[in-house]
Design a protein around this ligand. Structure first.
Ligand code: AMP
Length: 426
């Protein structure tokens, strides 16, 4: 028996019947992103592994457990020892490109967006894939250093989700302060967590040493209970960071954006500073995060660029589509179906259809001779607005019978002028 092939675990085929939902989401996103002044950037889907380990932090879960590295079967070039990885997220690559293309020399604020696949070697489950898609934005440059841009970025993410049709998403915000504040917080958190180490899961006991902030993100019930009991406040934040956060909140209030302050919200990646936020939708169950983001003021310089600030987010497209209740099937239609009833008719119809397409008509034909009845069935399936019938009689007279499928009206027109035929269909 021949081997059959299945798609890799944790990936999905998007068939034509679902593709329109993706197209709608992308089109809506592009429209909203343009309103906020964002321009598209397309970077490769793989980069040097070190770009991700360096930016996301050696101790992040993604880098530790989920990186999909690429191993060429045989090194093409024996000098090439660089390791590559499929991108697990978009920010690092965008920042790499920002630096490499000297965008900082060209503009004070680069508002960049991307739409595309990301890859993480996770245990697949509902809403958690190994290849998934994100819509992400990054606002990088000296002009990014404003709490109003944090608020605008959050507003944009909410606008995108609302425009996509989501009504019940919840926004949580927090601040983790400057890099120094973050270090103070880590020390404080370690002090508070130390007596509870035995109640933490194995992963978190490891995180305690590697990346203590990650303990706050753990979904394990016993870890969640420990975190709840810690009574995390903001005493470790500098006045400057508190002021910054107040302005972000005031700006959100001015826009009428509802949010919940979550002092235990931290993002697992090393590069975040100041504002962090997460948007969730409870209808999604355990994997309820629709997207997340925040400010990352040190990443550009960490990756060798100038000292410029940045803020961004990424939304998970699969999760958005899962949360959307609307599953209306696509109603596609064609302008024209040509029912060519025998071989001579097919030979004649074939170039006519091509000419009509060149004149703007969306058309199809039956490519094999078949009865009028079976061809009409095909035309109906395609939702054709008009059908050209081309049989022995029509060919003799040099005409085509045009049937209007909505009214059932029929008339005959000369076959010799495809431009005129195209006009008739418009
Ligand atoms: P993150 O970069 O982990 O903050 O992810 C941002 C968003 O991408 C999440 O809120 C999810 O909506 C989505 N996402 C992240 N990982 C996955 C995954 N493995 N499968 C599907 N969606 C994901």
């Amino acid at each position: 028996m021949k081997k059959t092939f299945n798609l890799p675990r944790g990936t999905a085929d998007i068939l034509p019947e679902e593709a329109h939902r993706w197209q709608n989401l992308e089109n809506t996103a592009r429209k909203i992103l343009a309103r906020y002044g964002y321009q598209e950037i397309r970077t490769p889907i793989f980069e040097e592994t070190e770009l991700f380990t360096h930016s996301m932090g050696q101790t992040s879960d993604v880098v530790q457990k989920q990186m999909l590295t690429i191993k060429p079967q045989k090194a093409q070039d024996s000098n090439e020892s660089t390791s590559f990885a499929l991108r697990p997220e978009g920010t690092a690559a965008v920042v790499r490109s920002y630096i490499q293309n000297s965008l900082d020399k060209k503009e004070n604020l680069s508002k960049l967006f991307y739409i595309g696949p990301m890859f993480r070697g996770e245990r697949p489950q509902k809403g958690r894939l190994r290849q998934f898609n994100q819509i992400g934005v990054e606002a990088i440059g000296p002009e990014s250093a404003s709490p109003y841009l944090d608020a605008e970025t959050i507003a944009l993410s909410i606008d995108l989700l609302t425009a996509a049709g989501l009504k019940n998403s919840q926004l949580k915000i927090n601040t983790i302060g400057t890099a120094e504040d973050k270090a103070n917080f880590q020390t404080l958190l370690k002090r508070k967590l130390k007596p509870c180490l035995a109640d933490l899961c194995e992963d978190c006991r490891d995180r305690f040493d590697r990346n203590v902030l990650r303990v706050l993100d753990c979904k394990n019930t016993s870890c969640k209970a420990v975190v709840k009991g810690l009574d995390i406040t903001r005493e470790w934040l500098s006045p400057e960071s508190l002021r910054y956060f107040s302005t972000v909140k005031e700006a959100l209030n001015a826009l009428g954006i509802k949010y919940r302050e979550a002092p235990d919200l931290v993002r697992g990646l090393d590069y975040y500073t100041q504002t962090v936020f997460e948007i969730s939708d409870s209808s999604l169950g355990s994997q309820d995060a629709l997207g997340a983001g925040g400010r990352y003021n040190n990443l550009v310089s960490e990756l060798g660029g100038s000292a410029v600030d940045a803020v961004g987010f990424a939304l998970g497209m699969e999760r958005i589509l899962l949360a959307l209740e609307d599953e209306t099937p696509a109603v596609s239609s064609v302008d024209l179906f040509i029912a060519a009833l025998d071989e001579t008719a097919i030979k004649l119809a074939f170039p006519i259809l091509n000419e009509l397409r060149r004149n703007g008509v969306a058309g199809e034909m039956g490519y094999r001779a078949a009865s009028l009845k079976s061809q009409m069935r095909l035309a109906n399936k395609l939702n054709a607005r008009y059908v050209f019938i081309l049989g022995e009689d029509e060919i003799k007279k040099g005409v085509v019978t045009i049937k209007n499928m909505a009214t059932g009206d029929q008339k005959q027109e000369s076959l010799t002028d495809p431009k005129k035929l195209a006009e008739l269909l418009k």
